[in-house]
Design a protein around this ligand. Structure first.
Ligand code: ASP
Length: 356
């Protein structure tokens, strides 16, 4: 499908160094205060008005904005599909892509897109802001400007970054390793289990040794996303009723089980019984840790050995955001049984460390 872009007037669009497509989905970055003094999404023109520097780039900058920009708490798989479709339709024409997105669910969307965009050889950079672009102390201009630089960066004519990332507060992180960890300060994102891919100072310093290896697959997208999944977070005192309630949800295919420490769970029969029954009736349970750093090692303690015994899969060092979106993607592709199991524990896009 031919997309209609809004072209930003830049310094030298005729002999531009690269072309970048900006996809505006909403988020604080472009919000304004309504009559209740609550922040609501506004249109992309607001960003243009407040970041005049955009016109100084020697780049072709195209923009496509969601008709109804959303607070990212309202992001749904349909929005991911829309983003994937826009990237696919603009893939040949652009060297890189920016997704302007709310910070609240950015790590989920970046994780989802990292799976849905297969054979990606160009940068897709998610960014946003903690303060609207119209506020004097907004972090939006820096986040947007550096993201564009990263999306346009090439070495020997080839994109430097060839994966889905989050750029925020001077750090470029792998999208499916990122987590929102801060709601007040500007350093909103961290990637505890994987080093940053670049750091912006006077120069942008790329850490090439941590990039994904180049893929030889042809670029394409998957748009079937399965929502018959749930996240079950354990806590001391969780009742068997709660676990049973979730495992009995009609049609449920998968559960991301957020456990303690290195993958431990209460051994009480009331908790273990519904989990075992769920696995027996075919629900896939993937164990990730509530800790932001470290990894799940089922069997290190008796409290996790039982999980292995009943068939729960250890999710290694994956974030919850990566684990749930990976499940949604793999079920959406129709995977089941051993193929699903082995995909869940292997790195598809660098979302987990393959080491034991
Ligand atoms: N609620 C906003 C959103 O996620 C927060 C932000 O963008 O920082 O859309």
């Amino acid at each position: 499908m031919k997309l209609k872009y809004h072209r930003i007037n830049t310094a030298a669009p005729d002999k531009a160094d690269a072309s970048v497509l900006i996809i505006y989905t909403g988020g604080t970055v472009g919000m304004v205060l309504d009559h209740n003094k609550s922040l609501i999404p506004f249109d992309f023109q607001l960003i243009m008005n407040h970041v005049p520097t955009l016109s100084r780039f020697n780049l072709i900058l195209n923009v496509i904005a969601f008709e109804d920009p959303v607070d990212s708490s309202n992001i749904q798989p349909d929005h991911w599909v829309k983003i994937a479709q826009i990237i696919k339709d603009g893939y040949d024409e652009h060297d890189g892509f920016i997704v302007l997105h709310g910070t609240d669910t950015m790590a989920y969307s970046a994780s989802a897109l990292s799976f849905m965009l297969e054979g990606l050889k160009k940068p897709v950079i998610f960014t946003g802001a903690q303060l609207p672009v119209s506020f004097p102390r907004s972090d939006a201009p820096e986040n947007i400007i550096t993201s564009i630089e990263v999306a346009a960066a090439k070495k020997n004519g080839i994109s430097v970054i060839q994966e889905v990332c989050v750029y925020f507060d001077y750090l470029l992180l792998r999208g499916n390793r990122s987590k929102k960890v801060e709601s007040q300060h500007f350093n909103a994102f961290r990637s505890e289990n994987y080093p940053s891919l670049a750091e912006a100072g006077i120069n942008i310093e790329y850490h090439e040794q941590f990039f994904l290896p180049e893929t030889d697959k042809t670029f394409g997208i998957t748009t079937n996303i399965c929502d018959e999944v749930a996240i079950l977070k354990l806590f001391p005192g969780i009742s068997g009723n709660v676990v049973e309630g979730i495992t009995n949800i009609h049609g449920l295919k998968g559960i991301v089980l957020e456990t303690f420490g290195s993958g431990n769970a209460p051994t009480a029969i009331e908790i273990m019984r519904p989990l075992r029954k769920a696995v027996e009736k075919g629900i896939v349970i993937l164990n990730v840790s509530q800790c932001v750093g470290g990894k799940v090692t089922q069997g290190a303690y008796e409290t996790s050995r039982l999980l292995s015994e009943i068939g729960v899969i250890g999710g290694k060092d994956m974030t919850t955001e990566a684990a749930i979106t990976k499940m949604m993607y793999l079920f959406g592709k129709g995977l089941s049984g051993e193929a699903l199991r082995s995909s869940l524990v292997s790195s598809l896009r660098g979302e987990l460390s393959d080491r034991k």
